[in-house]
Design a protein around this ligand. Sequence first.
Ligand code: KIV
Ligand code: ZN
Length: 517
Amino acid sequence: MADNVIIFDTTLRDGEQALKASLTVKEKLQIALALERLGVDVMEVGFPVSSEGDFLSVRTIAENIKNSRVCALSRAVEKDIDVAAEALKVAEAFRIHTFIATSALHVEAKLRRTFDDVVEMAINAVKRARRYTDDVEFSCEDAGRTGIDNICRIVEAAIDAGATTVNIPDTVGYTLPMQYGEIIANVMNRVPNVDKAIISVHCHNDLGMATANSLTAVQNGARQIECTVNGIGERAGNTALEEVVMAIKTRQDLFKGVDTRINTQEIHRVSQMVSQLCNMPIQPNKAIVGANAFAHSSGIHQDGMVKNKNTYEIMSPETIGLKKEKLNLTARSGRAAVKNHMESMGYQESEYDLDKLYEAFLKLADKKGQVFDYDLEALAFIDMQQGDEDRLTLDVITSQMISHLPASAFVQVELDGERLSEVSSGGNGPVDAVFNAILKITQIDLKMLSYNLTAKGEGAEALGQVDIVVEHEGRRFHGVGLATDIVESSARALIHAINAIYRAHKVADLKSHKHSH
Ligand code: KIV
Ligand code: ZN
């Protein structure tokens, strides 16, 4: 029987906290559902005490996820633990994750305590969490820079207090594989009650070692890996889920009898979704999920591949759910065809709004003629990112640009059902002119923090996607727009962000969040 490594996904906690603008509840739920289908054992989905928004998303996910254990983070303080339990209690079973820093540097400079205090706080925190659930994880933050005697002491105390998983994070990505493996080996050999808990690893990638460190830890006895999709996370990110999972699967000769429960066929799809919703592009040469991860460019390699794939391919693209065929639809294709294509890409109807998707598909098919599966997927992602009941919608835009002269634009929108229009001139390009007209209509005060344009699809037929991040009253909002024309994508992105701002005002929660969509 396989000796499974527990895959603990923290995309929606450690990954999300590093985003420029945080995800909406709807987006987080979409990602959680995708992670559930991927087969993660545990998903850490937020830090409920940090904001009302985080609390609500943890609760919503806990209500909806049935096949993975949902977990929330708390510092080793009573209030955090109580709030985490309150957010999670709608789930049948859940995990509370509590942590405190253990390195001398953190204990003295950050916490201004002694290590004895820290051990006591850890014990109290674990006991408090055990009041709510029998699945409690304790983490020694900055364990990578904590002396081994102190690590062993606190691990033993946490297990005695009732922790069922103890995590040894390399919070700042400082250790190298041999050294990190040795820490885990020491914990396995020296902590007398270690058999009563799972030893977990959580590596950051500051020196590019996160995957290697996690795998070395498994070889030394760790049986939980904490990771994120595409490796997103603080600074250089966390261990990439797809890398550790595919390494264990591909190198079974080295991981004899050790496996994960991940359905690897879902990897590509989840990776795309996380990249899109989190507004975090994937570098083309990223292992496993980069656009070039299975591309062979040199003549020698291509020749080898034709003769025998194994010459240059250590795993097949199909294993991670990559499809070779690029199927297309036209304006004559019906709803059923659109639904079928979505199904063949792995999307269930509950994940998207078929009516809205079909409407968007028809508009695109009229413009483009052929709509490929990747276009359809891009449209579905945009739908997942739109909120419900938008106050502001786009009717018409025209913009004019003559070389060396300022650009002008005409924009007509509907705001709360009322048709409004504006003309703007003096823009330093057509996008600027359109933005100015929209802002003149809405009179909303915002600062543009970033503007990114990406081609979705292939060649000249690609759709243009614009992602912007704006700041309004100290909070950040992400806007995304997709169209065949980049001026229209830009207008849609700004309108998306403004609708998110309106929504935040409606629930009057602007002050309680740092960032949001
Ligand atoms: O990196 C870290 O130490 C963490 C802990 C909260 C587990 O994210
Ligand atoms: Zn971390």
